[in-house]
Design a protein around this ligand. Structure first.
Ligand SMILES: Nc1ncnc2c1ncn2[C@@H]1O[C@H](COP(=O)(O)OP(=O)(O)OP(=O)(O)O)[C@@H](O)[C@H]1O
Ligand SMILES: [Mg+2]
Length: 242
């Protein structure tokens, strides 16, 4: 099957600092693809480049076979590419429900906001209980669920989730991973950026290890040799230490 999303030889960075070096990877439809890698490896930069939040200076990004390199972020969202950012980025001074309704704003899904709100509440019953509370009053796990619920309100074809487990207690991490697992089992396409290798491998179909702005390993999750993965994962830290 063709990939839903393709990143081909992409270079990108911030000003004069290049971060991604000819990065190539494909995201197959209906699968959960995990992007693993150490701090500063370029995982978030990759997602930002796909979303058009920072420009690619070389290479191509395509979605459903159409070139969308350096497309406006808004157009990526309306085509069905949705990012749930690192740090969740919820609107703390708005209620839980209003945060979800922000996700219903794209024109293509505005008419179905009620069904989508019901779907979000069904998936995250705790958000329903807290619908009138300010988002600032949510726990870390609930805030992550709110960020995911808002993303789902946008009717994504592919969901890019950046480190959803960051700062959460292990039991809540399991809950978040379970939700992502379910979403994939419902046929959704998910890109999960994680540092929690074991938890990510338990639900992933495919794995890409990103280090130093490059993909250093691409494998089916059930083929991964953990010792080899860890060697590749930590090599950068060894270099830094020397
Ligand atoms: N806004 C920015 N301006 C300048 N440099 C940046 C910016 N954001 C990230 N970088 C740099 O780009 C490199 C890659 O960062 P990126 O955030 O993509 O890494 P990451 O793999 O997501 O790491 P983490 O696991 O810590 O989230 C790092 O060296 C970082 O310092
Ligand atoms: Mg990051």
């Amino acid at each position: 099957m063709a990939n839903l999303l393709d990143v081909q030889s992409v270079r990108a960075g911030y000003g004069s600092i290049n971060v991604l070096w000819d990065m190539t990877l494909g995201i197959p439809e209906g699968k959960l693809t995990c992007i693993l890698g150490p701090n500063g490896g370029g995982k978030t930069t990759l997602l930002r480049t796909i979303m058009g939040l920072i420009p690619a200076s070389a290479g191509n990004v395509s979605f459903e076979g159409r070139d969308c390199t350096n497309e406006k972020t808004w157009n990526m969202v309306s085509q069905g590419v949705v990012m749930i950012p690192e740090g969740r980025m919820i609107f703390r001074d708005m209620t839980v429900e209003d945060n979800l309704l922000v996700g219903a704003f794209p024109k293509k899904c505005r008419a179905r906001y009620k069904q989508n709100l019901d779907m979000a509440y069904q998936m995250f019953p705790r958000l329903k209980e807290r619908r009138d509370q300010l988002a600032s009053s949510l726990s870390g796990g609930e805030a992550q669920m709110l960020a995911m619920g808002r993303g789902l309100m946008e009717e994504p074809k592919v969901i890019l989730v950046d480190e959803p487990s960051l700062g959460l207690a292990p039991v809540i991490v399991d809950e978040v991973m379970g939700i992502l697992d379910n979403l994939r089992n419902q046929g959704r396409t998910i890109v999960l950026v994680e540092q929690n290798t074991n938890k990510a491998l338990a639900i992933a179909d495919h794995v890409h290890l990103v280090r130093g702005g490059k993909v250093v390993l691409s494998q089916d999750a059930d083929q991964v040799d953990l010792a080899h993965l860890h060697d590749l994962y930590f090599a950068r830290d060894h270099q830094n230490a020397s």
